[in-house]
Design a protein around this ligand. Structure first.
Ligand SMILES: [Zn+2]
Length: 446
């Protein structure tokens, strides 16, 4: 493959918009040269308005097959916990082949939606038919991501107990169970199975599902310079559980016992007091926010303005995949704040007044940090991935880059756009991927 060149009339680079950006893409599909205020040259492919793709910091890919199927009443007071029971029913039916087909479909949807990398928080370890085989399910994910072309950070999850008091996992949680030595062995095995543009990270399900000693042991045995992910403070009930047991709130407890730094991604840092907001922001860790899933599950509202005030880093995840669309994630993140605060334009600063541009650039930077892959936007040395907005749409006529992005987020989710991966337009999802997904659903919904 020879070097290719593009000319963007407007493009969102690391922090702000630039006009007349000429980029060169090398044979490995990375940006080798980026020149703002340049002149178009013969052979350049021209695009009008370009933004970076967003890294997806949190995915449980199997949950895509149950999206939309839990929107009915099962109890007087439906909650995250009643949803979880339904989710466990699916988790206990899926075999490795089915997971592979679900992942191929959902990862293809992600590429089309504008995510070009994904952190897969994977906890269904035990094979459905061979209980001792704990790697087949992970291998299905590695293969699916590679074939689709999305970059993958595989996060095999350590999950050992049902409660912070150490009580045993329920029968429906048995497929998730690994002891620490099994975990380390699996981790090392998977590292040898990766393709280019894939890596691994250490992952603890939550403070309720893994003991302090187990976390310490794993962090001593494995390289701590990799991504380290954990569900931290999603539900009030788990905050209370941790408080009753430790006399500390989850974030407080984590920071008390571990050197939490920029390698950590605290997923669902939803319920935070002021001190915890400061802890996370000052440590450089990522708050992994999943606005649509958190809304769907009734989790609560992340303290965004306070977190931004302390210059905290954040990333966006599609988590349960109730919808796969980064624009709608950003919309929900901002709208939840407006409803909560009874104010408008929350995510804004003196240097960046536009909500879309501020949240998008933060999600790109934080997302790249959460996966530690070269997906940090339109910068030299990063994968040449971007989204080209279709400015021929009536809603985008005669608008600046900032206003185009705000319009796609807030004004119309039907404005067409095209994802580019390593300098090339992604191909539409193959018919065989759809058919295999449909057949998988038919067997799971029997
Ligand atoms: Zn999750």
């Amino acid at each position: 493959m020879v070097d290719r060149s593009y000319f963007f009339n407007r493009a969102l680079l690391a922090h702000k918009w630039h006009d007349n950006v000429r980029v060169i893409i090398d044979a490995n599909g990375k940006f080798s040269k980026i020149s703002p205020n340049a002149t178009k040259q013969d052979g350049d492919s021209v695009l009008d308005c370009v933004i970076p793709t967003i890294p997806n910091c949190h995915s449980h890919v199997f949950q895509r097959c149950m999206a939309g199927l839990t929107e009915f009443k099962t109890a007087d007071n439906d909650s995250f916990w009643s949803w979880r029971d339904l989710m466990y029913q699916y988790a206990n039916q899926i075999n490795a082949k089915q997971l592979y087909h679900i992942a191929k479909y959902a990862y293809s949807e992600m590429l089309e939606a504008g995510y070009t990398s994904v952190c897969e928080f994977h906890y269904i370890h035990r094979d459905l038919t061979d209980n001792n085989n704990v790697k087949n399910m992970s291998l299905a994910i590695i293969k699916a991501a590679h074939e689709v072309g999305i970059s993958l950070t595989l996060l095999p999850v350590l999950y050992t107990q049902a409660h912070i008091n150490g009580s045993q996992l329920s029968p429906l949680q048995q497929r998730f169970k690994l002891d620490t030595d099994e975990y380390i062995a699996l981790y090392q095995t998977l590292q040898k199975q990766l393709f280019e543009e894939q890596n691994t990270g250490i992952c603890f399900h939550s403070l309720r599902a893994v003991s302090l000693e187990q976390m310490q042991y794993v962090l001593e045995e494995l390289d701590k310079r990799q991504p380290i992910h954990i569900h931290i403070a999603e539900q009030q009930a788990e905050i209370e559980q941790i408080q009753q047991h430790t006399q500390m709130r989850p974030v407080e407890y984590l920071y008390h016992h571990f050197d939490v730094n920029k390698n950590w991604c605290l997923v669902h840092a939803t319920h935070l007091n002021e001190k915890e907001v400061k802890h996370i922001a000052q440590s450089g860790a990522i708050a992994g926010i999943c606005p649509l899933t958190e809304a769907n599950l009734g989790d609560g509202v992340f303290p965004l303005p306070e977190y931004l005030q302390h210059k905290g880093h954040l990333a966006i995840g599609s988590d349960s995949h109730i919808l796969i669309n980064p624009f709608q994630e950003i919309q929900m993140l901002e709208y939840s704040q407006r409803l909560h605060k009874q104010q408008r334009v929350i995510a804004s600063s003196s240097s960046n007044r536009h909500v879309g541009t501020l949240l998008w650039t933060k999600a790109v930077k934080g997302g790249a940090q959460s996966c530690q892959l070269p997906v940090d936007g339109i910068q030299i040395g990063q994968q040449a991935n971007w989204i080209s907005l279709d400015t021929s749409h009536p809603l985008l006529v005669n608008l600046s880059g900032e206003k185009c992005l705000d319009s796609v987020i807030f004004a119309n989710n039907q404005i067409p756009y095209q994802t580019y991966l390593k300098g090339k337009k992604i191909i539409p999802m193959q018919q065989s991927i759809k058919e295999n997904y449909k057949n998988t659903l038919k067997s799971l919904r029997n």
